[in-house]
Ligand binder design. Structure first.
Ligand code: FAD
Length: 401
């Protein structure tokens, strides 16, 4: 635990840190990458451009500083971040590098105001926080390395099949090159994929949710092509350059957004766009279970051309009497069939189907763009669902809904 002097000093410096805001983290990243360019193999370079990473790091520091007396208040954030770190294969020595550049950044920006006493307090506080993450991540690495089919660091997988699921989404089924089994995962979890998509030689790591149920032998991911002004580095590389027979480096499954497998409790899965990937894994698992608790699936997408896994959903609906689905197309094409392909036009409107949902008992799982999830959560709360039964995953740096 931290001593009371350290806590008092840290609390007194929070306003300075907050007034420095994003400038502090921008300075920090510039410093970090100029001294330790090898870390460009880990940090997402696109997030550096968009500012997402800067905001994520600053939020983490500010949240930590505010809760310094009650670190247990940050427990779920620590759990989530530690899982994410393991998907990047973050190592203890990297905490020393980051800590060094953070302290030097504060020194450079705050000058004399960053007195030896304040520096000492921040050194202790950083080391304390780092030790919490290092311990948690060590535990996760150890558990995965020692489980049947588990591994530590990266493992080489071969693409067994590459299949288009819709206009924008393509699935990759991968099996380990060594031919050994793979560790089971909990539906909802993701893997870290490490590739070298550019000629500058730096690796890029991205997370992809596992989109099929665990089977002990292969994993499936389903990747949306990110186009736009600046095409997404890894998703386009996977779509355009990775073919059947090619190798990919994978980190073991991670993530705290997982299906709570509670017998006879109803489940409501809610997704938009490519946010359906963890839902497909959950849906497959729930559909295979010997349990007739109701399963409801609500999904929203642009139209039939962008509706991934439409046929698989149709098959599951035909097989499972306890499964029902409601799909919204924002702008259906003339060939999309109302009732058959989709049930409503426009944006998802949960209150319009609330009467069919087990609002008082079910767990609700959300995944999709953050504004979509914020809207869905708001609608669920307005229908009387308790916040504790709403779980969600953000496909990028975490933000609260
Ligand atoms: P990036 O290169 O990282 O770019 C991201 C965005 O920034 C793009 O929209 C790009 O246009 C924009 N951009 C890039 N460079 C610049 C620049 N210089 N200036 C301005 N804008 C720029 N994705 C899936 O498709 N399927 C999944 O199942 C899935 N699961 C995920 C699970 C988790 C837990 C997380 C965290 C993410 C998941 N993602 C998933 C998202 C995935 O990890 C990637 O973020 C996504 O594929 C985009 O990566 P990219 O390298 O193609 O794009």
């Amino acid at each position: 635990m931290l001593d009371s002097n350290t806590i008092t000093t840290i609390k007194a410096t929070i306003p300075v840190l907050e007034s420095g805001g994003v400038a502090i983290t921008e300075h920090f990243y510039r410093r970090l990458f100029s001294h330790n360019p090898e870390l460009l193999n880990i940090f997402n370079s696109s997030h550096q451009h968009s500012g997402g990473q800067q905001v994520a790091l600053f939020n983490a520091i500010a949240a930590y500083a505010k809760h310094i007396e009650t670190p247990e208040a940050l427990q779920s954030a620590v759990e989530r971040i530690a899982h994410k770190h393991t998907s990047f294969n973050i190592q203890p020595a990297q905490y020393d590098i980051v800590g060094h550049h953070l302290l030097e950044t504060l020194q450079e920006l705050l000058g004399d105001a960053f007195t030896p006493e304040i520096r000492d307090a921040w050194t202790k506080a950083y080391q304390f926080l780092a030790s919490i993450f290092i311990a948690k991540e060590g535990e996760l690495y150890q558990t995965r390395a020692s489980a049947q089919g588990g591994w530590k660091g990266t493992r080489t997988f071969i693409v067994q099949s590459k299949q288009k699921e819709s206009e924008l989404v393509t699935s990759f089924v991968v099996a380990p090159k060594d031919g050994d089994p793979v560790i089971d995962f909990q539906p909802g979890q993701y893997i870290g994929v490490k590739v070298k998509p550019t000629v500058d030689g730096y690796a890029q790591i991205r997370q992809y949710s596992l989109s099929a149920a665990p089977n002990g032998a292969t994993y499936r991911i389903s990747v949306k092509r990110e186009s736009g002004e600046q095409p997404g580095l890894v998703s386009n590389y996977l779509h355009d350059h990775v073919q059947e027979g090619d190798a990919l480096e994978l980190m073991a499954p991670a993530g705290d957004f997982v299906l709570h497998e509670e017998r006879s409790r109803p489940t409501v899965l809610i997704s938009a766009g490519v946010g359906l990937t963890p839902m497909m894994s959950m849906l497959e698992r729930l559909s295979a279970a010997d349990d007739d608790a109701p399963i409801h699936y609500l999904h929203a997408c642009e139209n039939g051309a962008q509706h991934s896994f439409k046929h698989r959903l149709g098959d599951l609906l035909g097989m499972k009497k306890n499964l029902s689905a409601h799909v919204w197309y924002r702008e259906p094409r003339s060939e999309d069939q109302l009732d058959h392909d989709y049930q409503a036009q426009g944006l998802m409107d949960i209150p319009s189907v609330a009467a069919t949902l087990p609002l008082a008992q079910a767990r609700f799982y959300l995944c999709g763009p953050t504004p979509f999830m914020a809207m869905a959560k708001k609608q669920l709360l307005s229908c009387g669902v308790d916040a504790e039964r709403i779980h969600y995953e953000v496909f990028g740096p975490h933000s609260d809904l």
